[in-house]
Design a protein around this ligand. Structure first.
Ligand code: FPP
Ligand code: MG
Ligand code: MG
Length: 427
């Protein structure tokens, strides 16, 4: 086996594929409507961590060749369905509004012909030539690179909708899409992107992968709705000072001290965290391993899922901490947003365990003037941030631990490094 370097840079390991993901993505968003195209591709024009594509590519590298269907998936992956230059190179039903085909879009009349122009004047369809295999130092399949793009599209579609819901003015160090273009077109651009992602997904020709990624879209919405109808102490049988009336509840966090915040409150918070953030990471790395030929019952899929789930929860917990700790300058998005949105995340919930007076503030969603400052002060005077970090650390450690079930490789090491860096991130 090849010796593993001590310090692997996760991004360097898959840099050529990641670069391809970014540049080629914008091509998938072409449409005859220039406004739609520019709003949909807007967030891709700003630098981002590309964390989700990174994970998909690293899992591909760490597990390709291990699964029982590897040879089969390799053969499939260089076939017509996985052509990476699709859809722009293929004039067919999906692309007949393609701006590259002016005869279909230039005149009002042709757009409304009863017989599709493709029948009157069939475009010349070049004989299919399989894409030349991309030179990649790794074994990553074209279908897996495409999956990385799909995952990023779903993520960015959710951000377009999120910035409308949160009325957020800043994203990726620039005005948010709703701030720059308006809410209505931002929502539609997100929907458009989901449509393009779905078409690309079906092209991968794997029903299990389609199911996983469709499930993610539903989970994102479930998480968001769960957050909207968040923890209202009264609904959970808690008195407003946080004293729980529920019997037999204990804080899931095994720290000594009171557990005013019931098990149920933590369950809701962690479930919401899974749905809005971790589900996408868990299911997309699992899908990557499926595209690499893992069979049902093989351990690789479970490792991927457990890693993504735990890393995702840790990621969101750190996000919730950064909302308290970091300012707009480092985050590239507004800091301190959660309390203003009425959201009690980890730091506030832990602070509630130490300061009962947090209860009424959470219950009225920090609505009265001075509430946000009061809550922030209670968090500062508690171990809320520290205990949220401990909880994130526990999940990040779990993610690293499951990786030990994979054979040693640079990619496996890189996935460990991702866990470490994630805990230290400042944006
Ligand atoms: C960012 O969270 C947002 C999410 C993790 C998911 C948002 C999901 C939806 C709006 C549902 C619609 C989904 C689709 C696929 C169209 P945040 O607001 O806590 O973080 P932020 O500070 O980055 O805005
Ligand atoms: Mg937001
Ligand atoms: Mg949000």
């Amino acid at each position: 086996s090849t010796p593993v370097k001590k310090d692997v840079d996760p991004y360097a390991l898959v840099s050529s594929d990641l670069e391809h993901v970014r540049t080629n993505l914008i091509k998938l968003l072409g449409s005859a409507n220039p406004t739609l195209t520019s709003v949909a591709s807007y967030y891709f024009k700003h630098p981002s961590k590309q964390l989700r594509p990174l994970l998909v590519l690293l899992f591909a590298q760490a597990t390709n060749g291990l699964g029982g269907r590897w040879e089969e998936k390799c053969a499939e992956s260089i076939g017509e369905r996985a052509d990476l230059d699709w859809p722009l190179s293929r004039p067919d039903i999906l692309t007949d509004w393609n701006p590259n085909m002016p005869e279909h879009t230039s005149s009002f009349e042709s757009a409304f012909e009863l017989v599709p122009p493709t029948l009157n004047n069939p475009p010349h369809i070049p004989a299919y030539a399989p894409p030349t295999p991309r030179t990649s130092s790794s074994s990553i399949l074209p279908t897996q690179v495409r999956l990385a793009q799909i995952v990023e599209m779903i993520h960015v579609a959710s951000l377009l909708h999120d910035d409308v819901i949160d009325e957020s003015s800043l994203r990726r160090c620039a005005p948010s899409a709703p701030a720059a273009f308006g809410s209505k077109i931002s929502i539609l651009a997100g929907d458009f992107m989901l449509g393009r992602a779905s078409a690309a997904l079906s092209r991968l020709g794997d029903a299990e992968v389609v199911e996983l990624m469709s499930c993610v879209v539903a989970n994102l919405v479930e998480g968001e709705v769960m957050q909207m109808r968040q923890i209202i102490p009264a609904e959970l049988g808690l008195s407003s000072d946080g004293e729980h009336k529920l019997r037999g509840t204990e804080s899931i966090i095994q720290t000594a001290g009171s557990s005013r915040v019931s098990q149920e409150v933590w369950n809701v918070y962690l479930k919401k965290t899974f749905l809005k953030t971790a589900s996408l990471m868990a299911k997309s790395v699992r899908a990557s391993v499926v595209l690499g030929g893992a069979r049902e019952g093989e351990v690789w899929k479970e490792v991927a899922y457990a890693y993504g789930r735990n890393l995702g929860i840790a990621f969101q917990l750190v996000d919730d901490i950064l909302d308290y700790e970091a300012g707009e300058g480092t985050l590239g998005k507004p800091g301190g947003a959660d309390l203003h949105l009425g959201l009690a995340t980890g730091p506030a919930l832990f602070a509630w365990e130490e300061h009962p007076s947090m209860g009424p503030l959470i219950e009225r969603k920090f609505e009265r003037s001075g509430d946000v400052e009061l809550a922030r002060d209670l968090v500062r005077r508690s171990s809320g941030v520290e205990r949220t970090r401990d909880l994130a650390r526990a999940h990040a450690d779990k993610a690293r631990e499951v990786l030990q079930l994979l054979p040693v490789s640079d990619a496996r090491r890189a996935l460990e490094v991702v866990c470490e860096r994630m805990m230290k991130r400042t944006r």
